[in-house]
Each structure stands twice: as C-alpha cells, then as structure tokens.
Design a protein around this ligand. Structure first.
Ligand SMILES: Cc1cc2nc3c(=O)[nH]c(=O)nc-3n(C[C@H](O)[C@H](O)[C@H](O)COP(=O)(O)OP(=O)(O)OC[C@H]3O[C@@H](n4cnc5c(N)ncnc54)[C@H](O)[C@@H]3O)c2cc1C
Ligand code: SF4
Length: 320
C-alpha cells in the first residue's frame, strides 16, 4: 500500500489509481482522462477483507467487490441497506468487477461530458475538460456534474467513516468529508492518498432501505437514490432517529440529518414529512442526465423519502 501511495505521490496528477476499472476504463476509452501512468492497486494485500463484530461494527477493505459485499452473511443480516445498494449498481458484471473503494471514488457524470471524443467534437471543452463554459447550465461559472454512486448514500445514512492512507500513515474521516461538492473533482483525495477501507458502526436496532429511481431496472445509474436508515421508537410507530442519504441530485452525495423541528413532534406522519421536505430542499438536480426532468427528480425526492420510511417501518414491524 505504501509503495502505491508513494508512486502516486511522486507522479502527482499524471497518475491515476485503478481498482476494478469499471469507472475509469470507459473514461480512458473516451479520452476524458489521459493519465501518464495507471497504478493498479488490485493486488495490494489485505484490502479485500470484510470483518464484523458487535462492538466494532463492520470493516470493509477498499478492494472488496460489490458482489462480495452484498453476499456477505453479516452484511445481509445486519446491514441489508448495503446489500440492496450494492445489488442496485449497474449490472451483475459491474458488481463483480467494481470495488467499494472505486464506487466511493467514482467520477461525477454529465451527458455533455461522458461522450466518446468523436461525439464531443462539436462542443467547446467545458469546465470538467479544462475549458471555460458549462453546456448543462448556460452561463454557469462552475461544473454541475452529478454524483451518481449508489453506495455513498447508503454508507452516509449508516454513519460510515473511511480510512485514507498516504504512504506515511492513515487518517479516518467521516464519509461526507471525502466529498468536495465540485462536479469536476467530486472527492478530495490528493495524489498519493488512497482509500484503504470503510468502517460502519454497529447497527443497534436500526433498519434501512435503499430506493433507486432509474429508467431501466438493469445497468442504469440512479436518477435519484434515497437511503433511509431509521430507528423506530418501539411504542407508537413514530421515529426515534432517522438519517437519509441522497445521490443523483447534486455534485456530491448528501447526508440529511433530522432538522431541529422534528424534535417537537412524536407523530410519524409529521416526522416523515419534515425529513421528506428537508431532503427535497437540499437536492438541486439539473438537466445533465438522461431521462426525467430536474423538476420531476426533485419532486420525487420527497416521494422516495416517504416511500423509504414506510418500507423500512414495514421491515421493522416484520422483525419485531
Ligand atoms: C454502464 C455502467 C453503469 C454503471 N452503473 C452504476 C450504478 O448504477 N451505480 C454506481 O454506483 N456506479 C455505476 N457505475 C460505475 C462503476 O461501475 C462502479 O461505481 C464501480 O463500483 C467502480 O468501482 P471500480 O473498482 O471499478 O472503480 P475504478 O474504475 O477502478 O476506479 C474508479 C475511480 O476511483 C478511483 N479509485 C479506485 N479505487 C480507489 C481507492 N481505493 N482509493 C482512491 N481512489 C480510488 C480511481 O482512480 C477512479 O478515478 C457504472 C459504470 C458503467 C460503465
Ligand atoms: S455540468 Fe457543465 S461543466 Fe460539468 S461536465 Fe457537464 S457540461 Fe461540463
């Protein structure tokens, strides 16, 4: 690991990490990225393990594939939200090759950017390609490429942290600090920093669900993904705690924490509506994905949060 970090640091922005390759290889083929060297981390030892304990929770190495994560007994039993999110990614082949580290570090998408070079010929280079304009939002001074990973919202709603190695040591940060909010460079990892693993706290009595809006039930990225992780209060069906993760509607995945006003009510319907509106207000989808208008996708945020809460409560009731 330290060799990979040092090589990446030495080569600077010229170098790109490759793990499963399912995100970066299309970008290389389209000549969206033209790195001088690729650093293949797929054989770095000890990055492909999954461990679980009741005290520590779940630890997942960055090289664990989505398919393996989804099928792991402890993940299926204790963190079904992660299994659902992993099995919603692209297709079975992409889940078999794609790693959890690559999923969290994947690039943001835009229909004016993710094009073969021949199809881009008629377009001036936009901000994400080092140019000076945005084709998706006319007159904009920034890139609005959409973060569309499925695992980040689920892991955000589970309060996950990530460990970053830099060749001299490691640093563990909450997952939301991995994201920059910048469409042209969605994560904050500098050259020489490699995502080593993910830690998810013990699930206690939480129950979670991942709901994904897309055109086709196979292969498509989320046009909206909503992860709901909640703790029912066990008495009258209301909520003791809730976190919502969103993807596909902003430049970064979003974590929606309960607004203060939720503390003033013990009614499930009101609590759900407060979360649904809090999530909707943070989502700003734009017209740079295929299918469904930004307005429709924004409206669907609250619909999917409500649906997620209901489904999670049904699971909790079945459990109890
Ligand atoms: C047709 C198609 C459909 C897809 N659909 C979806 C979808 O529905 N949902 C979804 O979430 N994704 C989707 N993807 C994207 C991709 O397949 C997955 O995100 C996959 O999990 C990426 O993992 P990987 O190991 O292949 O990443 P790679 O391609 O190897 O890497 C992706 C990026 O992360 C960086 N990286 C990889 N590992 C690390 C690490 N450990 N530390 C630091 N940087 C790292 C690489 O430098 C690269 O920039 C799709 C891709 C395609 C081609
Ligand atoms: S949002 Fe604008 S700047 Fe960003 S990739 Fe799309 S067209 Fe380019």
């Amino acid at each position: 690991m330290s060799e990979a970090c040092k090589t990446a640091f030495g080569e600077g922005p010229k170098a790109q990490i490759i793990a499963g390759g399912t995100d970066i290889l299309p970008a290389l083929k389209y000549r969206l990225k033209t790195p001088g060297i690729l650093i293949d981390i797929s054989s770095v030892p000890d990055l492909d393990t999954i461990t679980y304990s009741e005290q520590e929770g779940l630890t997942v190495g960055a090289l664990v594939t989505l398919r393996r994560l989804a099928a792991h007994k402890d993940v299926r039993e204790k963190y079904p939200l992660l299994t659902q999110a992993a099995l919603s990614v692209g297709s079975a082949q992409l889940q078999a090759m794609g790693t959890i580290g690559g999923n969290l570090c994947q690039d943001a998408c835009c229909i004016y950017y993710n094009l073969p070079s021949v199809s881009r010929q008629g377009l001036d280079p936009c901000f994400k390609l080092g140019g000076g304009r945005c084709h998706a939002v006319q007159g904009s001074k920034i890139c609005h490429a959409t973060y569309s990973g499925d695992m980040a919202p689920a892991l955000l709603a589970l309060r996950a942290c990530v460990t970053i190695a830099d060749g001299t040591g490691e640093n563990t940060i909450p997952l939301n600090e991995l994201y920059s909010g910048r469409g042209e460079a969605p994560h904050v990892l500098e050259p020489g920093r490699i995502l080593k693993g993910i830690q998810v706290p013990p699930p206690f009595h939480n129950v979670g669900i991942y709901v994904k809006m897309r055109i086709r039930k196979s292969i498509d990225y989320p046009l909206l993904g909503v992860a709901v992780n909640l703790l029912p209060n066990g008495k009258d069906g209301a909520l003791k705690d809730i976190l919502v993760g969103l993807t596909g509607v902003e430049k970064s995945p979003l974590l929606i924490t309960p607004p203060d006003e939720i503390k003033d009510t013990y009614e499930l319907e009101k609590q759900t509506e407060i979360m649904a509106q809090a999530a909707r207000s943070k989502a700003h989808p734009i017209a740079n994905t295929s299918g469904y208008s930004p307005r429709y996708r924004r409206e669907m945020v609250s619909v999917y949060v409500r649906q997620g809460v209901l489904q999670a409560l049904e699971i909790a009731a079945g459990r109890g």
